[in-house]
Ligand binder design. Sequence first.
Ligand SMILES: Nc1ncnc2c1ncn2[C@@H]1O[C@H](COP(=O)(O)OP(=O)(O)OP(=O)(O)O)[C@@H](O)[C@H]1O
Ligand SMILES: [Mg+2]
Length: 222
Amino acid sequence: MSIECRGVWKLYNDLMVIRDFSLKIDVGSCLAVVGPSGSGKTTLLRVLGLIDKPTRGDVFLDGEAVSSMVEKDLAELRWLKIGYSFQEPKLIPNLSVVENVLLPFFPRYKWFEIVNVKKKVIELLDMLGLEGLYKRKTRDLSTGQKKRVDLARALIKDSPILIADEPTVNLDRETARIVIEALKNNVEKGRTVIFSVTMDDELLKIANKMVKLEIGRHQIIK
Ligand SMILES: Nc1ncnc2c1ncn2[C@@H]1O[C@H](COP(=O)(O)OP(=O)(O)OP(=O)(O)O)[C@@H](O)[C@H]1O
Ligand SMILES: [Mg+2]
């Protein structure tokens, strides 16, 4: 699924973070959003992920403008098309790891359908090095473990668009490598992958497009 920004601006009161940003991200490509802390990476990802609306300009999914959609349709579109992993994991602390990864399916799936997905959750958790933690409450996880549970929840739907905000932050080299491999695998499956990164050259290697942000400025590198 392609995703495109046309003349996107994002301001918080009088702070201009994104200024007249236009870019088309084709199906199956991988975009890295890079820049120092505070440069607007999360802001741009949240606009691309249809979580926040741009102040001006529009986002298009497969050529369709999202600005005209009401919140209910946007929520449906996010559910159908986008897997989003947050910079700060958004987990429910007193639910288990497996329950948190299954959350996107409530209340849309019936219980027997959820049972079918559960096998896939386990495979995904194992792949991300979280075996043995299935039943642990997420409040009792380390920061890096929480980050991977949040990523697993973004991956579970096999969405055509995957957005990950600083996916390798707080991870050791080996665990970061596993996460990079998972993202790469999604690119190879033809999904559109977008991630932000402050400092991780290994992660940057999987991108075929890059946007460099500075506050209120951007540069499209390739
Ligand atoms: N909801 C908000 N309201 C007001 N200002 C905001 C809001 N969200 C972000 N900002 C400001 O916008 C700027 C860009 O923030 P953003 O979180 O997008 O940066 P970032 O590049 O993701 O930084 P980091 O690498 O630290 O995560 C910052 O100056 C931040 O303080
Ligand atoms: Mg950020």
